[in-house]
Design a protein around this ligand. Structure first.
Ligand code: PMP
Length: 453
């Protein structure tokens, strides 16, 4: 296995130039030599992908064709392992009650499981305490809460919000709205020609007016991994707050909010092998103290009077009303599953598959692979092939039981800057195998032959 990966890495170095680079307006050539942001670790010898895959019931059900799903859309949502499904069913069958309400047996047990999940999340992302973990409905709502509750009350006309053109709409539109409401200005960190943040532009991009830096840790379209620690250092040097969209990075790369020193991190449960309807907003304790709640009602209050009310301390201040209790507990199970499986190994395995796919795709005539070479990306590859529309391609792939995403992937500004309206995206999870890559390539080959006539 080790030799195979080394061989692959060597072949990749040659293949990397085969794909066409991005053509972003104002794009700057990448300085050579490039230093990978992450070491390419070889997956542990005990990473048994078939055993992992066997833990995911939906991947082991037969489709009407008689085959099994080739699921390559984990960037949109990951499948759930049996332990997550069981944890949720267990709550509803064994001890369901509302959380933080009753002191009867079910009430106590549900509180313990609910707060246990908070401790699981804190440990997983290296947060200083469980109190810095706020449960939300997902990444989108978390980012809206930060923009409306922390940024809007602080932003003044002419202040700058620094973001990137590679952001998902969830980390773009709330800042556009915050700017419109306060007179602040949205500014963009320039990208290199291969779709990475251009470090040579950092000195000019960060200014004395920068108040918020809102950047994704990993692009959901380009796959690029961004240098969060360096960006945070620069944000803090000019007195700005660092907001990280971890929706794509947290499922795939180890996260350490303390070492990275970031102010806010958000991610979604459904992308980390957990349920939908739940997400996480991490806030450095002093930032959570400063943040205003945007949802008001039960549980988040300290005192309610006829004239005015006061708020409880974080995280309760930001958890108004009944929370998605079952999903929070399911998320805790998902976190423990990732810890037991080993995030380093998951990442290394996904990078192995990514390298493999990148090399195979690079050999296709007329292909344009978006984003950097594998060393600088996570397990996502988006591409366009001349004469092949992504929507037609998706339909044919589906006929071969291969499930991929097509469209603008909620990154319209990025697609516009790349001069395409849509692309095809393959994204990996811990359960994907080399056979999935082969099945995808076979289906792709057939689709391209058919669509090109
Ligand atoms: N940010 C990124 C980078 C994403 O990939 C996504 C999901 N595609 C989101 C934000 C939004 O996540 P959610 O829909 O779970 O709120």
């Amino acid at each position: 296995m080790v030799e195979r990966i080394q061989l692959l890495a060597g072949r990749l170095a040659g293949a990397a130039t085969a794909a066409s680079p991005l053509s972003l307006p104002g794009a700057v050539p990448v300085p050579e030599p490039q230093q990978p942001l992450l070491p390419r670790k070889v997956p542990g010898a005990d990473f048994d992908v078939l055993r992992i895959r066997s833990q995911f019931p939906v991947l082991n059900r037969r489709l009407p064709s008689g085959g099994f799903p080739v699921y390559l859309d984990s960037g949109a949502s990951a499948q759930k392992p049996r332990v997550v499904i069981d944890a949720q069913r267990d709550v509803e069958e064994q001890y369901f009650a509302n959380a933080h309400r009753g002191t009867y047996q079910f009430g106590l047990r549900i509180d313990e499981a609910f707060e246990g999940a908070r401790a699981d999340v804190a440990r997983f992302i290296h947060a200083p305490s469980a109190d810095s973990i706020v449960f939300t409905p997902g990444t989108t709502i978390g980012l809206n809460m930060i923009a409306a509750g922390w940024a809007v009350p602080r932003l003044r006309p002419g202040d700058e919000i620094l973001t990137t053109v590679m952001e998902h709409h969830a980390n773009f539109v709330p800042w556009q709205q915050a700017a419109a409401r306060t007179g602040a200005v949205l500014k963009f960190l320039p990208l290199t020609s291969d779709g990475r943040l251009d470090p040579s532009q950092f000195d000019t991009a960060f200014t004395a007016r920068t108040r918020v830096v809102a950047v994704t840790a990993m692009s959901n379209m380009l796959g690029s991994i961004n240098p969060i620690r360096e960006l945070t250092r620069r944000a803090h040097a000019v007195g700005a707050c660092m907001v990280v969209d971890g929706a794509q990075s947290v499922p795939h790369l180890p996260t350490d909010v303390t070492a990275d020193n970031i102010d806010f991190l958000v991610f979604s449960g459904h992308k980390v092998y957990g349920p939908t309807g739940v997400g996480v907003l991490y806030g450095r304790p002093e930032r959570l103290e400063e943040m205003q709640p945007v949802h008001f009602g039960g549980h988040m209050i300290a005192q309610v009077g006829l004239e005015k009310s006061t708020w409880s301390a974080p995280p309760a201040r930001f958890e108004a009303g009944t929370m998605p209790i079952v999903q929070v507990i399911g998320l805790g199970a998902a976190i423990r599953w990732m810890e037991a499986t080993g995030l380093d190994d998951i990442h290394a395995w996904e990078m192995h598959l990514t390298g493999m796919l990148y090399e195979r795709l690079s050999q296709i005539d007329g292909i344009r692979i978006f984003g950097p070479k594998p060393e600088f990306r996570g397990g996502i590859i988006s591409f366009r092939i001349d004469g092949v529309h992504p929507e037609d391609l998706a339909t044919i792939l589906d006929h071969h039981d291969v499930f991929t995403r097509h469209g603008h992937h909620c990154t319209m500004p990025l697609h516009t800057s790349l001069n395409v309206s849509a692309s095809t995206r393959v994204s990996f999870g811990a359960y994907n195998t080399a056979d999935d890559v082969e099945a995808f390539m076979r289906a792709l080959q057939k689709a391209v032959e058919r669509l090109r006539g």
